[in-house]
Ligand binder design. Structure first.
Ligand code: DAH
Length: 339
């Protein structure tokens, strides 16, 4: 740039400024032309060396140039600043909540999957899901269920006693009494949950396992109601026609007490699951003992009911062909990812 063709210089600077599109480039422009060491300041230095006549001629032109470029520079600076703010606002306004870093995907534990399946089957038959505490009293776990004081299950070898009155429930049958005490017949509930027994751990035993309780109380409930309900349930669960077999069994809280076996859902005559018998032992059941109804505050002369209970852990192992209970309880991601 020189003082001879200020007009041309001005046009060049205007064009350069127009081309600037970032704050960084604008700063480069400022340093080059508008700063104290910049070209325009240098022109003023040169102006000083001119004689009076020329100074009067060129001075106002140079002042004009400086003023105009400074004004255009300020405008540009403001414009770029506003653009930046606007861009930030837009980004916040439209930020995409679905954009995220990839995270490891989990899956539902087999217990959760099968519990949901079973619940859905029973809910479709009109049952409600009930719950009870895992830390129980001796009354709900034993006395109310008609388990005699000298029954071996009361010994320390099976039960985790907390103190003389409290224990970790050994069966979900506790929920039967708790429900009877808070609801009036007709009652139809199921109660899946954790149970604890003081057992040595091996491939088929653990100190914690899942059970699944069912109970129906109304007028004139019979064994046929029980068998029809169970057959319908098992057929839906295994998605094939299941035949049930009934044997007498003893449980203090039912009379008569039954052991229910199902035709093996995995074969048609013999496999390793049913140990080549064609039958699998599935659950305990029966008609609720009048003493138990009384403990639940229900009149046994007016109402009767059935109850059943099965090992949800065992059923899960059967359904998913899991050979070792410890796999189910191990939180091993590789194992769990299969389901
Ligand atoms: N509570 C029993 C157990 O842990 C299972 C059971 C048997 C539950 C018979 C019942 C029943 O409701 O009627 O072995």
């Amino acid at each position: 740039m020189n003082l001879q063709n200020l007009n041309q210089s001005k046009q060049d600077l205007i064009a350069k400024l127009q081309a600037v599109s970032s704050e960084a480039d604008l700063e480069i422009f400022r340093l080059e032309y508008l700063s104290r060491q910049g070209s325009i300041a240098q022109l003023f230095e040169t102006l000083k060396t001119l004689d009076g006549e020329q100074k009067r001629l060129v001075g106002p032109q140079l002042n004009e140039l400086k003023k105009e470029i400074q004004q255009l520079f300020d405008d540009k600076k403001e414009k770029l600043f506003q653009q930046k703010i606007h861009a930030q606002e837009e980004k916040q306004k439209y930020f995409d909540v679905t954009i995220s870093k990839p995270v490891a995907k989990g899956s539902l534990h087999p217990y959760t999957q099968i519990t949901e399946q079973i619940q859905n089957i029973f809910i479709s038959m009109g049952f409600a899901v009930a719950d009870g505490p895992e830390l129980e009293t001796e009354f709900f776990n034993f006395t109310a269920l008609n388990v005699a004081k000298d029954h071996p299950a009361r010994q320390d070898s099976d039960t985790f006693w907390i103190d003389t009155q409290h224990l970790l429930r050994t069966q979900t049958s506790t929920v039967q009494i708790r429900t009877m005490q808070t609801q009036k017949p007709p009652i139809a509930i199921i109660a899946p949950g954790r149970t604890m027994r003081n057992e040595a751990t091996d491939a088929s035993h653990d100190f914690m396992f899942m059970q699944f309780e069912g109970m129906y109380i109304a007028e004139k409930v019979s064994i046929s109601n029980l068998l029809a309900t169970l057959k319908s349930f098992l057929t839906q669960l295994f998605e094939k026609e299941i035949t049930i077999r009934v044997r007498p069994g003893y449980f203090p809280f039912v009379e008569p007490g039954l052991e229910i076996d199902a035709s093996c859902p995995f074969c048609t005559g013999g496999c390793s699951v049913c140990k080549r018998t064609g039958w699998i032992e599935l659950m305990g059941a029966g008609l609720i003992h009048p003493e138990v109804l009384k403990h639940g505050g229900i009149d046994p002369t007016k109402y009767s009911g059935f109850a059943f209970g099965f090992g949800l852990t065992r059923l899960t192992m059967l359904k998913y062909q899991i050979p070792d209970i410890r796999l189910l309880h191990s939180s091993n991601i590789q194992f769990l990812q299969q389901f």
